[in-house]
Every structure is written in C-alpha cells, then in structure tokens.
Design a protein around this ligand. Structure first.
Ligand SMILES: Nc1ncnc2c1ncn2[C@@H]1O[C@H](COP(=O)(O)OP(=O)(O)OP(=O)(O)O)[C@@H](O)[C@H]1O
Length: 303
C-alpha cells in the first residue's frame, strides 16, 4: 500500500504539490490524473525518495522509500522512460538491472517476453527505440525484481491503442495477484481504460478521488445554446463551472442549476440533459482550460 499524508512541495513561493493525501490499495490500479504541470511527477518523486518533501509523509508498506532494504525488489519504478543509457541495448539495460538485484539472467528473457520486446529488438540500442518501446523496456525494468508495488509515471505515453490495451491487461493481472499499482496520466480516456481508482489533481491539489465507477457515475450536465459563449458567461455568473467541448458545454452542475442560470440571463437553450461522467470530464476539462488560459496570459504578458 502507498500512503501519502499532507504531502507538499514548494519551490520558492510556488507550491508544486499542496497538502495532498491519498492511499493506493493492493489489488487495485490507481490512476493519478492531471493536466501538464499539475504536480504528478513531483508527488511520485517524493514517494520514491528522489525529491524531499517540504512537509508531509509518503510511505510504501508503512516505510519511507529510502528506508526499504533492496527497494527494487519491493517497488518497481518507472519515472522517465528516456532516462536509460541510449548506447546500451535493451537486453544490456535489463541484464545490468538483474545483476544489481542478484537475479538470474533467465529473468531478463522472461521480462522481455512479458513486455513483448522480440530478441531482435532487445539487441538494438535504446537510442534507436521508439517511445513505446522505451516504455515497454521501462516496465520490464520496473518488474524485474518481482516487486509488490509499481509506480509508473506516464507509462502509456507513446503507446498506440493496442499498446494501451496490452498495458491494461498486464497491470490488471499484476493487481489481481495482489500488487499495488500507481500510474499517472494527463489523458482522461487513457486512465479510464486502465485504472480502478482515480485521483484527479490540478495545481498541486486533489480535486476529486474515488473509484472510477463512482467518479464516472457523477452526473453533470451537457447543454447547448445557440450562443454557447453567452451560456458559459451566464453559468459562470451564477457560480457554475462550464467548459466548452467540441459540440456542447459540460458542467458538473445539475440540469436544474444550469437551466435556472440560463433563464436568469435570458439565454435560450437548444438542449439540456443530465450526462453520466460529465462531472468528472468537466472538472478535468476545467483544469486543462485554466492551464491553457495561464499560458495564453503569460504569452500575452511577454508580448
Ligand atoms: N525542480 C523544480 N524547480 C522548480 N519548479 C519545479 C521543479 N520541478 C517541478 N516544478 C514545477 O512544479 C509543477 C509541477 O510539475 P510536475 O512535473 O510535478 O507536473 P506533472 O503533473 O508531472 O506534469 P506533466 O504531465 O507535464 O509531467 C510545474 O509547474 C513545474 O514547473
């Protein structure tokens, strides 16, 4: 089990991770979802002892990562798939890992087969690997010591849809054997496919968490007006979150709240309905939209 309590990290007066608490349970795949810059990697680096927290604690099986004896046999970590030495072959990377952990070389072949890297691919230098192949190699490396806990930062990055389904299968079987998996992603649909539990983080803070089924059941509204911009202004004036998607506006608010806000502002609606999963989607889109506004504002300030 991974247990994080009131974890914070500040860089100067900027809070990259702000008072975050959660648990990742054995037998479950926990997805850590947030837009770019939300604080996912920083939190994972603190859990794995690479970054010192400003305050709070993070333990794995009740122990700080730094205090775990032979940690690679307890916790498999993949934080940066491109961190491997580019001049080594995939097989060499795993062989060095196996030797460091005192494992037989047969374990290397087992892991290569598990992640679907062929003997020919294993002989290629890592600098010539695609991102998807690096991710597979990174996962093989994380699994070498047969750990009970896996911590993977954006492992699906660079995988094609078939690769994502392959990973779901792999992590599902791992969790079914009692393993604990924490994985991050900045893509909602990706994490929806893979995770059992979800933690949504934005601006260093937890916005929502729970089982995927519960969170996806959180209903919100999907609404369309002839003038969606006017609708969004009306909703925001009423204190409701509103995000424009490709063809509609979504919100975690109820249809009644949306209808009243639109009526108060005299905005005629074309469609208004309750939508499963819209609550989570709207919260996530809102975080992403906030960040895009921040970027646009910063670029404007520089211009
Ligand atoms: N060493 C550092 N010094 C200063 N700021 C940092 C440092 N490391 C991270 N940050 C900032 O902390 C915030 C969170 O970064 P982090 O890498 O944890 O986000 P993330 O959710 O993993 O994003 P991504 O999906 O882009 O990887 C960002 O604004 C980042 O610029």
């Amino acid at each position: 089990m991974i247990e994080v309590k009131n974890l914070s990290k500040s860089y100067g007066d900027f809070r990259a991770v702000d008072d975050v608490s959660f648990v990742c349970q054995p037998g479950r795949v926990t997805g850590f979802l947030g837009p770019n810059g939300a604080g996912k990697s920083t939190a994972m680096r603190m859990i794995t002892g690479l970054t010192r927290p400003s305050s709070g604690t993070a333990t794995i099986g009740g122990v700080n990562y730094a205090d775990i004896p032979n940690p690679a046999s307890q916790v498999g970590v993949l934080l940066d798939a491109s961190a491997q030495h580019g001049g080594r072959t995939g097989r060499e990377v795993l062989t060095i890992g196996a030797q460091t952990m005192g494992l037989p070389s047969a374990r290397v072949d087992e892991m290569l087969a598990l992640v679907g890297l062929t003997p020919k691919e294993a002989k290629r230098r890592v600098r010539n690997y695609s991102l998807g192949m690096r991710q597979r190699l990174g996962i093989a490396h994380a699994l070498l010591g047969d750990p009970r806990v896996l911590i993977l930062d954006e492992p699906a990055n660079g995988l094609d849809p078939a690769g994502i389904h392959w990973m779901r299968q792999l992590l599902r079987e791992y969790a079914n054997r009692g393993g604990t998996v924490m994985l991050s992603s900045h893509l909602l649909h990706e994490i929806q496919i893979i995770a059992d539990d979800l933690i949504l983080i934005g601006h260093g803070r937890i916005v929502s968490m729970g089982t995927k089924d519960d969170l996806l059941r959180t209903t919100g509204s999907r609404v369309r007006a002839r003038d969606n911009a006017a609708l969004i202004r009306a909703m925001q004036a009423a204190g409701l979150e509103a995000v424009q998607t490709s063809d509609a506006v979504t919100s975690p608010a109820t249809p009644e709240e949306v209808g009243l806000a639109a009526a108060a502002a005299g905005v005629p609606l074309l469609e208004l309905r309750e939508a499963d999963g819209a609550g989570l989607e709207a919260k996530f889109l809102q975080l992403t939209a906030d960040d895009q506004r921040d970027v646009i504002a910063a670029e404007g300030a520089l211009a």
